[in-house]
Design a protein around this ligand. Sequence first.
Ligand SMILES: CC(C)(COP(=O)(O)OP(=O)(O)OC[C@H]1O[C@@H](n2cnc3c(N)ncnc32)[C@H](O)[C@@H]1OP(=O)(O)O)[C@@H](O)C(=O)NCCC(=O)NCCS
Length: 161
Amino acid sequence: MMRWLSEWWAGGTAVVEPASARDARRLAQLHGESFHRGWGEGEFEAMLSERNTLVHRLRVGRLLVGFAVSRMAADEAEILSIAVAASHRGRGLSRNLLLTHLGHLAGRGVRTIFLEVEENNQPARRLYERAGFAVAGRRERYYQQPGGEQLNALLMRRDLS
Ligand SMILES: CC(C)(COP(=O)(O)OP(=O)(O)OC[C@H]1O[C@@H](n2cnc3c(N)ncnc32)[C@H](O)[C@@H]1OP(=O)(O)O)[C@@H](O)C(=O)NCCC(=O)NCCS
């Protein structure tokens, strides 16, 4: 699709930028829509104020439609959560969100990044693989679903050069 057409379709230009304390409520809302065990507004407020936590927001026009959160320790980081609002999925927006986030982690001196992903989460696995992450381990029955089902987790890793 032509760029202007895809931007119009998405409702404006997609921008990835650092999140601010004022985003906590919307971030909690987005997180709750995307994960079974949502993080509250207070948890986001705390993370947004921590020096070792990096939070980016994905904005389309005036709408906040996604986020990426990482925690850093020395030259390693873990991506704790990444999500795009259901209304804006499937348009490739997560890629720029993740790559921009990784660029900022690299700028903070991070050399190795880890994350966990549910084995059957194809969009997320595809996103991470395309961004250079490789499977580094597998954890059996790691996620407990509300219905009692237990799902496996993959540990993924990417080295930044
Ligand atoms: C994972 C997530 C952030 C991806 O965001 P998105 O903007 O919709 O992703 P994209 O449109 O860039 O699609 C990512 C890839 O998955 C693929 N994909 C999308 N839906 C898919 C599906 N149902 N089955 C298989 N692949 C799928 C896309 O084709 C794309 O791959 P490609 O680049 O090779 O074409 C989003 O789905 C989300 O928020 N999910 C809920 C939260 C979550 O699971 N986060 C990750 C936790 S580890």
